[in-house]
Design a protein around this ligand. Structure first.
Ligand SMILES: Nc1ncnc2c1ncn2[C@@H]1O[C@H](COP(=O)(O)OP(=O)(O)OP(=O)(O)O)[C@@H](O)[C@H]1O
Ligand SMILES: [Mg+2]
Length: 352
């Protein structure tokens, strides 16, 4: 049935989107998270044809022939390749649509980092609209994370969120449905991978790729010494001979490699606490710090922050999905959550 205004809005679902530097998640109303894949796309440079998106594209990284390029269209939380970001969204939304037989989504709520400029925010909205969502609204991702973690964001009490993603670490204090203080730094999971690549190169004269660095981080990295000592066999190219070489990397090596970046993350958290009004600092001491994002899965990162800042620190349940779940909470109840959106809905825009 076609409605008078020419839309099929009556039948269409809403989506919540976390378009992250490392991972993209899509939440569909009534269904939950239906897409959770890397923000990667593989393109044939000669023809411009998209060869693969998401997991499939990430698995091709470092293994493609010359004419196929694996692209990450977001850098430090910002869209750097608009066309490809839109291509990824279009692909994911189409896949979800096909399963349900719907043509389009009505309203999309997208989480974005706080420091995005108006132009960058607009480009996120445009990418989502171009990918098949009629209306796009922005929510600050720290606020979405706090919602997803089920923190009392509406109350006049400080909720502190530390989201360590792929490209950015965002530290925010949320109270009464808004961001009170926020700081973003471009030191997060990707930087830790680079630290590991550099360390292995400097100390072992071995060249390794991004995928190996990430594997090292996930398998043996820790922020503070753990009960169990870990190690990993690494193969790469000897920079002196040019031949393949194998080394054993210990957790202590990786800790040394990432220590400086972790210090900067802790400095950012400290700074946000330092500039916050005294009442809120009291709340933070009582409520503690809540960590999320893939980087919070680093072994002992909560212990390190707790030790350095003397504030109780915990990792939220399912930290990789919490921004997406937060956008989901907003799209499931747009009427009540419109005030948390960056560009609030007009009453006529609210579709339930
Ligand atoms: N077990 C783990 N230990 C350490 N780091 C991890 C682990 N699992 C995932 N990560 C890292 O988490 C990062 C991805 O996290 P997340 O999906 O929250 O980022 P994102 O939301 O896409 O990025 P951003 O928020 O910066 O735009 C990657 O750098 C990944 O290597
Ligand atoms: Mg994120």
């Amino acid at each position: 049935m076609k409605l008078k205004n020419g839309s099929f809005g009556f039948f269409r679902k809403n989506v919540g989107i976390d378009l992250g530097t490392a991972n993209t998640l899509v939440y569909v109303t009534g269904r939950g998270i239906v897409v959770n894949e890397p923000t990667y796309v593989a393109v044939n440079e000669k023809t411009g044809r998209v060869m693969a998106v998401g997991n499939e594209a990430k698995n091709m990284q470092g293994r493609t022939p010359l004419n196929i390029k694996v692209i990450r269209p977001l850098v430090d939380g910002v869209i750097s390749d608009f066309e490809m970001a839109q291509e990824i969204m279009r692909h994911f939304l189409k896949r979800v649509n096909k399963q349900r037989g719907f043509s389009l989504f009505h309203t999309g709520v997208v989480g974005v980092p706080n420091e995005l400029t108006e132009v960058e925010r607009k480009s996120v909205e445009d990418a989502i609209v171009g990918a098949g969502v009629s209306k796009a609204y922005i929510i600050e991702s720290a606020l979405a994370a706090a919602l997803g973690a089920r923190l009392p964001v509406h109350e006049p009490v400080a909720n502190m969120i530390v989201d360590i993603g792929g490209g950015t670490t965002e530290v925010a204090i949320i109270s009464m449905g808004g961001t009170v203080t926020v700081k973003s730094i471009k030191i997060a999971g990707d930087k830790l991978n680079e630290d590991i690549i550099k360390f292995v190169k400097d100390e072992f004269h071995l060249a390794i790729g991004q995928a190996t660095a990430e594997q090292i981080k996930i398998e043996v990295a820790s922020a503070v010494p753990q009960k169990e000592q870990l190690s990993i066999d690494i193969r790469g190219r000897d920079l002196a001979t040019g031949l393949p070489k194998e080394i054993i990397l210990k957790d202590s090596h990786v800790r040394a490699a990432i220590a400086k970046s972790l210090e900067k993350i802790i400095a950012a958290v400290r700074e946000v606490i330092e500039v916050s009004p005294p009442e809120l600092v009291g709340d933070i001491l009582r409520q503690g710090i809540h960590m999320c994002g893939g980087g919070s899965l680093l072994r002992g990162i909560d212990d390190l922050i707790e030790k350095e800042l003397n504030v109780k620190t915990q990792i939220v349940e399912d930290p990789l999905t919490c921004v997406a779940r937060g956008t989901g909470i907003a799209v499931e109840d747009l009427k009540n959550y419109s005030y948390v959106l960056d560009n609030p809905l007009k009453p006529k825009d609210i579709k339930l």
